[in-house]
Every structure is written in structure tokens, then in C-alpha cells.
Design a binder for this molecule. Structure first.
Ligand code: ZN
Ligand code: ZN
Length: 270
């Protein structure tokens, strides 16, 4: 990606709306939001994401500012907040938003929208929605944000998004197993939000990360990228903080570049 030149840098913040999955009932399913104070761009929209924006109690993340939603893939834990958003915006007396919503996603977005989401909601949105299917491409969504969409290995057509903001690359991979694409995405990033679904090796699948694949990943990626791990499934008999303590010990040598955000954490993109 070419470095984006901007003389007057705005300040951007990234909020972790949902750091879990549908199974991790103490954490909301996947969703992240980036705000410059005027426009919110979300990546994935798991259950409760619309309400999590309000819970931030932060004017940068006023739900009426939500304009762009990037969907990594169509599994329920990444899209289940969309019906609340659409219904909520249609009937809100205070969401002055009701402006155009632009939803980006991999091939299959239009089919998902027409055949799964709209029948579930039961009526068409009263506001304009633009759907844009993406494959492997790089484009600007505003004067300050460019985005690259790259394939990852998970479900059919799963993608990761890398946002170029203020000369920094922030990548959000969605669900993925370990493969060269994931390593390349992280190696071009300053901040990467990725998954660590299984915090043991009992679940061997090429479509998610487990302890083995995390160790291999850490051996293969640049050491100056801040890695935020989310989408952690619960382990039997262990509360979440115990689970985090256990995996921090497991990656002891790399723990200074690995972070385990909680829901509603907000970080600066500097
Ligand atoms: Zn998935
Ligand atoms: Zn998932």
C-alpha cells in the first residue's frame, strides 16, 4: 500500500465493541469501530454492536455517526447486530442519522442481504443502504482513510481489511486460520486485530487459530506490530481472566506485543 499523505492529521480512535464470539457470553460477538469524531466505520457487526456504541458514552462514537460497515464474512457472530441496527435506526426518534449506510463485504454480500437479513427483518430499511461487494482491492473511503481488502482462509470468501489512517496500517482480520496471507497482512500492519479462537490444541482446524498456530504466527511476524487478540472461545471450568492469564504465560516471550482487549476499550490511532 502506498503511504497516504495528509498534512493535517485528524485524530482517530478505535473501539472494541465486541471481543468475543456468540459462545463467549460474557463478551459481545465481534465488532470494532473507528471514529474521527464525525464518521464511524465499523468492521463486523456482531450481536449488540449498535448498543455497545451507546455504552461507550463517548460522543466520538455516537451511533448516529455510523456510516460504513465492513463485513469480514457472514457467520452469525459477525453479523447478528445488523437487524438491531436497521430496526433501531428506522424507529429512533433521536438517531438523526437515518442517513445512507454503506455496507461492504466479500462476494455474497448481496445474496446474504436479500436472502437472510431482509427476510429476518421483515421490511426494507426506510433509509438508503448501499451494498458494495469487494474482492482483492485497495480504495479510499474518505480523504483520511484508505482500505485494502485481502482474502483469508476461513469460510468461503472471508476477507480481512487493512485501513491506512494517518500513515499507519490497522488490520482487522476477522476469523482465520494460519496461512501466508495472514502473515503478510500482519507484516504490513502497525496494529493488527486477529483471532485466537481456541486457547489449547484440542480444536485442530485450519480455519481458526489455536495455541500451536499462534506460536507459529508469533515466530513469523514483525516484532513491532501491536497484536490484539479477540474471538476467544471459553474454556471449560475457567473464567475469562484465568484463561487470559494462562495464555499470557504461554506466549511469555512475546507478551509485550500481544494485547487482550476487553469490550469497550478505546485506543488512539497515532
Ligand atoms: Zn467465522
Ligand atoms: Zn467468528
Amino acid at each position: 500500500m502506498s503511504a497516504y499523505k495528509n498534512d493535517t492529521k485528524k485524530s482517530f480512535r478505535l473501539a472494541f465493541l465486541g471481543t468475543g464470539t456468540c459462545s463467549s457470553t460474557k463478551r459481545n460477538p465481534s465488532s470494532f469501530a473507528i471514529s474521527d469524531g464525525n464518521i464511524i466505520t465499523a468492521v463486523d457487526f456482531g450481536g449488540g454492536a449498535y448498543h455497545q456504541l451507546s455504552r461507550l458514552d463517548n460522543e466520538l462514537f455516537d451511533p448516529g455517526k455510523l456510516k460504513n460497515i465492513f463485513i469480514t464474512h457472514f457467520h452469525n457472530d459477525h453479523i447478528s447486530g445488523l437487524p438491531d441496527l436497521i430496526w433501531g435506526k428506522m424507529y429512533s426518534p433521536i438517531d438523526s442519522g437515518n442517513k445512507e449506510l454503506i455496507v461492504y463485504g466479500p462476494p455474497g454480500l448481496q445474496k446474504f442481504w436479500n436472502e437472510r437479513l431482509m427476510p429476518f427483518i421483515g421490511k426494507e430499511p426506510s433509509f438508503k443502504v448501499t451494498l458494495r461487494e469487494l474482492s482483492n482491492e485497495y480504495f479510499a473511503i474518505s480523504d483520511d482513510i484508505s482500505v485494502k481488502c485481502s482474502p483469508v482462509f476461513h469460510s468461503e470468501n472471508s476477507v480481512a481489511y487493512s485501513f491506512e489512517i494517518n500513515g499507519k496500517i490497522i488490520s482487522i482480520t476477522g476469523d482465520t486460520g494460519l496461512n501466508d496471507n495472514l502473515i503478510s497482512i500482519i507484516n504490513m500492519s502497525d496494529i493488527a486485530i486477529t483471532e485466537w479462537s481456541f486457547t489449547d490444541n484440542n480444536n485442530e482446524t485450519a480455519k481458526h487459530m489455536n495455541n500451536n498456530s499462534i506460536l507459529k504466527l508469533l515466530d513469523s511476524v514483525r516484532s513491532d506490530c501491536d497484536l490484539y487478540f479477540t474471538h476467544i472461545y471459553p474454556e471449560n471450568g475457567m473464567d475469562f481472566m484465568e484463561q487470559i492469564k494462562k495464555i499470557k504465560k504461554f506466549i511469555a516471550n512475546n507478551s509485550n506485543k500481544c494485547f487482550f482487549p476487553e469490550d469497550l476499550l478505546v485506543i488512539d490511532i497515532k
